[in-house]
Write a protein that binds this ligand. Structure first.
Ligand code: UDP
Length: 327
């Protein structure tokens, strides 16, 4: 039986991944400090006999050693998330993104030296591309961060360090590790508390409050359902040829934020209004927004035959059903 470790397994993406791993028959160890994760995310399978839930921080070296040593596969998803959190906790954002990754990779490196064949997935983000001006972003593109006076970029820069580390462990110790860069992953269980636009829009519509669009709403994003993303994660880890490589994961179908607001209004609550607020006001002028973000998905399509089952309408409906049940 495979034992899988999921850090951040009570978070949004983590909890969906844990569910898949349990369905696959794995023994699943979850470590989560509940800083942004939520026990409600795992209520449906909290008592599963193969789920081992540990409330703890992966900044604790002893705990990391204990759990990593028992795993055949490690899915490192625990991280600081969301622009609202980066704005509030800029120090923790950087520390939480780098130090635990280093602990996990170090321990995995030791195990590889002892002859173990353990595999690892490191979660990264489209934020690593920063302000890359290209219309679509592919994995070999340069990373273009903004000024250190704008804390937004600390998030992408710290995740870029994680990627460098992961690839260094692959080169130096032949560690079986794959990096996935998530592009606006959405779906049920995602909270709007840390700034994420889709749950915020749907929460507002369900509550009958106006939807708040930042700036002119012409900035675009591509949204992918977490179910498509978790399948991609499992396929990447299961594929030998993916080791030591970096992959974009998401959707390549852009929509403007204003159109997204209108779509949510149309499908969830035609009576809710749309209001506008400047991004600078929303985030205290310490952030700059990204105007356009579209992944090139060629690499992941070629590597694992990646394709998505959910379009945006299906996603909005699923999130609305979840938020209504939660309300
Ligand atoms: N956004 C918005 N209203 C909100 C939250 C976000 O208009 O209540 C916009 C934000 O300005 C950005 C996009 O939605 O252009 C995506 O924001 P999010 O924080 O979800 O993720 P990002 O892709 O920027 O990391």
């Amino acid at each position: 039986m495979t034992t899988s470790l999921v850090t951040g397994g009570s978070g949004f993406i983590g909890s969906h991944l844990v569910e898949s791993l349990l369905e696959r028959g794995d023994h699943v160890i979850v470590v989560d400090d509940l800083s942004t994760g939520n026990l409600a995310n795992i209520t449906g399978f909290r008592d599963h006999p193969k789920l081992e839930w540990i409330e703890g921080t992966i900044e604790n070296k002893e705990l990391v050693t204990q759990v990593v040593d028992r795993a055949d596969e490690v899915y490192h998803l625990a991280a600081a998330v969301g622009v609202a959190l980066i704005a509030k906790q800029p120090i923790q954002t950087i520390e939480r993104n780098i130090y635990p990754t280093q602990l996990i990779l170090n321990r995995l490196g030791e195990r590889v030296k002892e002859g173990d064949k353990v595999r690892c997935f490191i979660a990264s983000t489209s934020e690593v591309y920063g302000k890359n001006p290209k219309p679509t972003w592919s994995e070999e593109d340069d990373l273009v961060f903004g000024s250190t006076t704008k804390p937004r970029w600390s998030y992408g820069a710290s995740k870029a360090i994680d990627e460098f580390l992961a690839l260094a462990f692959h080169r130096q110790h032949n560690l079986n590790v794959v990096v996935g860069r998530f592009f606006n992953v959405v779906g049920p269980r995602q909270t709007g508390a840390y700034g994420m636009v889709l749950p915020r829009f749907v929460e507002a519509a369900v509550a009958g409050r106006p939807i708040t669009v930042h700036d002119d709403g012409k900035q675009t994003r591509c949204f992918a359902h977490v179910h498509d993303v978790r399948r991609a994660i499992l396929d990447l880890v299961a594929t030998d040829a993916c080791m030591g490589r970096v992959f974009n994961i998401g959707s390549d179908q852009p929509i403007s934020i204003l159109e997204l607001a209108q779509r949510v209004q149309e499908r969830v609550n035609p009576d809710c209004g749309i209001t506008f607020q400047s991004y600078a006001d929303a985030y205290d002028n310490s952030f700059e927004d990204i105007r356009r973000r579209v992944p090139d998905l060629t690499r992941i399509q070629e590597a694992i035959g990646y394709k998505r089952d959910y379009d945006l309408n299906a996603i909005i409906d699923a999130v609305a059903a979840y938020k209504r049940a939660e309300a």
